[in-house]
Design a protein around this ligand. Structure first.
Ligand SMILES: [Zn+2]
Length: 123
């Protein structure tokens, strides 16, 4: 069970279909396919579904800013103002950097909650 969950999340991180792992989630850099090209799984079950990806993106962006600041602080003593001047722009880049990754992870989370349409073939 744990390995299945890890495998489904790995498929989301690699921007693949959480159901089969073969179909690509994105057809362009910004737009997702409506359904999997390999197994037919529908990626968007309802309008507004991607709103949850915003929270995933926010968490990843904050994590990037915190880890970036901590790592930089290991090598250079940082004042609070320097930390904010470096950490905030790095965190502001997060939503762009993690746009696709957050959608992939969110799709996997929805699939784990059985929110997508067709049954998983392994069940
Ligand atoms: Zn698929």
């Amino acid at each position: 069970m744990l390995f299945e969950i890890i495998d489904i999340l790995r498929r989301g991180v690699s921007l693949r279909c959480p159901c089969c792992g073969y179909g690509r989630l994105f057809k362009t850099w910004l737009r997702t396919h409506d359904h999997c090209q390999a197994c037919g799984e529908r990626f968007e079950r309802e309008p507004g579904q991607w709103f949850g990806a915003v929270y995933v993106n926010l968490g990843l962006s904050v994590l990037l800013g915190l880890l970036g600041s901590l790592v930089a602080g290991l090598f250079v003593p940082l004042s609070l103002s320097l930390l904010l001047r470096v950490g905030l722009p790095v965190s502001a880049m997060g939503p762009l950097l993690f746009f696709r990754l957050s959608k992939g992870i969110w799709t996997s989370i929805i699939f784990l909650g059985e929110g997508l349409y067709i049954q998983w073939p392994n069940r």
